[in-house]
Design a protein around this ligand. Structure first.
Ligand SMILES: CC(C)(COP(=O)(O)OP(=O)(O)OC[C@H]1O[C@@H](n2cnc3c(N)ncnc32)[C@H](O)[C@@H]1OP(=O)(O)O)[C@@H](O)C(=O)NCCC(=O)NCCS
Length: 185
């Protein structure tokens, strides 16, 4: 399988339905941590639901409306990055991420997100890449900052997570900003 090296023994690869068992084992290791702010662990509870979720992204990739990539560290699936929304005609997309706790604090998601955003902007002509994050999710907000994103604003109490209303911050980077940050030595 093709892979993009992320350094320090980490690789970014496609994450597909045939890997459902590996994905479920990873989600079981990260369930509490990942579920603090996002609903992914709640929709991936067993092998069938893991396969269904991966298939939904395989379908989106085939339709060019979404993408999903896993992050492997020393051969173990430890997280992922994705385009939850990918609107090629409009030139807009929304990226997201998660990690199991043992893989946090190494810059893996920042590096992986750079790879997919670079692809979206430079190869696919995206103009705006968005990052939606709970206002309480400081680690993810820090990722958005490290990616050079700006905070557009807040959708107040727009999201319900495990029975609790959350504010969602919208962060984004535009193609000219991305290119100029990358061309600076
Ligand atoms: C959001 C999430 C992926 C962030 O994880 P993270 O490990 O903090 O992010 P990164 O992989 O980019 O690593 C950055 C950390 O590694 C450190 N780091 C080490 N080497 C680094 C490098 N080469 N490059 C960048 N950061 C590096 C950074 O200093 C930072 O640590 P700090 O926050 O203590 O300063 C993680 O908290 C998570 O999975 N949360 C649960 C799911 C979730 O909320 N997803 C986001 C939904 S919007």
């Amino acid at each position: 399988m093709f892979a993009v090296p992320l350094g320090d023994g980490a690789e970014l690869r496609p994450l597909e339905p045939w890997q459902a068992e590996e994905f479920l084992a990873h989600m079981d290791r990260g369930r509490e941590f990942v579920g603090q702010h996002v609903g992914l662990p709640d929709v991936v509870g067993d092998l069938d639901s893991a396969r269904r979720w991966l298939q939904s992204y395989a379908d989106r990739a085939a339709a060019d409306t979404g993408r999903l990539y896993g992050i492997w560290l020393d051969g173990l699936l430890v997280g992922g990055v994705l385009f939850r929304v990918f609107e090629a005609g409009m030139g807009t997309c929304e990226a997201g991420c998660w990690l199991e706790p043992a893989a946090a604090g190494r810059g893996l998601v920042t590096r992986a997100a750079r790879v997919i955003i670079d692809w979206a902007i430079k190869e696919r002509g995206m103009h705006r890449v968005e990052w939606q994050v709970s206002s309480k999710n400081t680690p993810s907000i820090n990722v958005a900052r490290r990616l050079g994103m700006s905070r557009d604003g807040v959708q107040r109490e727009n999201s319900l997570h495990r029975g609790v209303r959350q504010d969602t911050e919208i962060w984004s980077v535009l193609a000219p900003e991305w290119r100029s940050a990358r061309s600076t030595p």
